[in-house]
Design a protein around this ligand. Structure first.
Ligand code: KMH
Ligand code: ZN
Length: 270
């Protein structure tokens, strides 16, 4: 089994300071949080930028500052979001790809997202994939529903992405695919041979699915984007606290944790 790649999803677009007082907002706060997550075992940080008032933004200038601040502090892989918030336009969402990060997310289908709709039409998906290919950015295929795997296969068939692909199964978003062991096994069995994968369980599903990801030879994402609690009724102190728990579980299960450079090898980023 490869070493375990832990991704820390530091901010998300939906979580607010009101419900998670430890949420980092400014570029400096996000970079300090990234460094702490790196020290706890994260090889990748998935980031959504925020304006100073906390609103999610896809403005390239915010992402540029975050990338620079993180780069000053640690060698973690910077993975900006192209999902943004449900109300962002495709053009807004694509901006961080111009920074040529090593990776960026690419959602390959539309789904309900709480009370909203997360829109990813075929036109969007193709446009995003083309832009990432032009900029040599490795997509992490964000999958919220099984049909999104078929759309990723369409990108492969049309030479819009390079293989092997890396998938992230985000399970438990209200309105999309529920988080369960059965669903994770189904998803893992449905991706093209040779692909790598990560699992992100939403809310209380984060830790059980992380445990499954470790045991099944996949990789794991945790962080405030997906879950704000350390355990029932206890708000997490930091993203690093959630990363530390995954690293401890991996240790108990005999799975070593990958450094950013080892993750670069596993994901063919070099
Ligand atoms: N905030 C969600 C609507 C991504 O980062 O690529 C979309 C999302 C996916 O979080
Ligand atoms: Zn995200």
């Amino acid at each position: 089994m490869d070493k375990l790649i832990i991704t820390a999803a530091l901010t998300g677009a939906e979580v607010t300071k009101e419900i998670q007082p430890n949420l980092p907002i400014t570029a400096e706060e996000i970079a300090v949080e990234a460094e702490k997550a790196y020290e706890a075992g994260a090889a990748i940080v998935h980031v959504h930028a925020r304006e100073d008032n906390g609103s999610p933004t896809q403005d390239i200038e915010y992402y540029k500052s975050i990338k620079e601040e993180i780069g000053k502090r640690c060698p973690v892989i910077f993975q900006p979001s192209t999902g943004g918030a449900t109300w962002h336009t495709a053009e807004e969402r694509l901006q961080p790809v111009d920074l040529k990060p090593e990776m960026a997310t690419l959602s390959t289908g539309t789904c309900n997202f709480g009370d909203d709709v997360f829109m990813n039409s075929k036109e969007y998906i193709v446009k995003f994939a083309k832009k990432m290919k032009e900029n040599r950015v490795k997509p992490e295929i964000e999958v919220f529903e099984p049909g999104m795997i078929a759309n990723a296969e369409y990108l492969i068939k049309n030479d819009l992405v390079s293989t092997p692909l890396h998938f992230d199964f985000v399970l438990g978003v209200p309105g999309a695919m529920p988080a369960s062991a059965k669903n994770l096994v189904f998803m893992v069995g449905s991706i093209p041979a040779g692909s790598t994968w990560t699992v992100a369980g939403i809310g209380r599903h984060e830790t059980p699915l992380a445990m499954m990801g470790i045991a099944m030879g996949g990789h794991v994402r945790v962080g405030f984007e997906d879950n704000i609690y350390y355990k029932k009724g206890e708000i997490a102190k930091s993203n690093a606290q959630l990363v530390e728990r995954v690293a401890r579980m991996a240790n108990e299960l005999g799975r070593e944790v990958a450094t950013p450079d080892e993750a670069r090898e596993i994901l063919n980023l070099k």
